[in-house]
Design a protein around this ligand. Structure first.
Ligand code: VGL
Ligand code: ZN
Length: 198
């Protein structure tokens, strides 16, 4: 058994003051750092969009943030511009321990497809490569923490469970956006897929 800690999107834009701030997003950083020494591997994910990304409301005439649009791959929530490649907003929170990371994996770089999950883009079929990395390192168990519980943590955890990893989400080290009941739906969905909520 080999166990990885996956730290999802602990970036400035998801923390108070950021473009897509998750309430209390910064409150989990110290606890995440404290957890790192106990794992065989530490992996950080980074939401990493090109300017003008198709998930930005500003790219859709007449649409505003948090509205839904139909994309070729299904419904997509539109977001404020966030985590644009190379900007301060896309950088990790300054207090996050990035030194301990074995791998930093970026996602959302495809202009036409969003990527909540660390494993697959929102078409649910284009891989990021993370599965292969984990399998070739013999990692079987994953603990997930980070932002946001109901979007990127949720999609990553459900994909990982579907791929056969043993997945635990540490709820106290995650924070949610909670859009129209999305947190309750995410918790139910994760439980249904066999994700342990600790
Ligand atoms: C996220 C919305 C848009 C997340 C990323 O990290 O949960 N949410 N992009
Ligand atoms: Zn994003």
């Amino acid at each position: 058994m080999s166990h990885a800690l996956i730290v999802i999107d602990v970036q400035n834009d998801f923390c108070p003051g950021g473009a897509l701030a998750v309430p209390d997003g910064n409150a989990i950083v110290a606890g995440i750092n404290a957890l790192m020494p106990g794992f065989d591997a530490v992996i950080l994910t980074q939401d990493w969009h090109p300017a003008g990304h198709s998930s930005f409301a500003s790219s859709h005439e007449g649409k505003g943030p948090y509205e839904l649009v139909d994309m070729p791959y299904g419904p997509q929530v539109l977001w404020p511009d966030h985590c644009v490649q190379g900007t301060t907003g896309a950088a990790f929170h300054a207090d996050l321990n990035t030194t301990r990371a074995d791998l930093i994996i970026r996602k959302g770089y495809n202009p036409a497809i969003d990527s909540y999950s660390a494993f697959f883009e929102n078409d649910q079929s284009t891989p990021t490569g993370l599965e292969g990395y984990l399998r070739t390192r013999g990692i079987t168990d994953l603990t997930m923490v980070g932002l946001a519980t109901d979007f990127c943590v949720n999609f990553s955890a459900q994909d990982a469970a579907r791929l056969g990893f043993a997945v635990t989400v540490r709820r106290n080290l995650c924070r949610a956006i909670d859009l129209d009941g999305s947190l309750d739906a995410a918790l139910a969905g994760m439980t249904d897929k066999g994700v342990a909520l600790a």
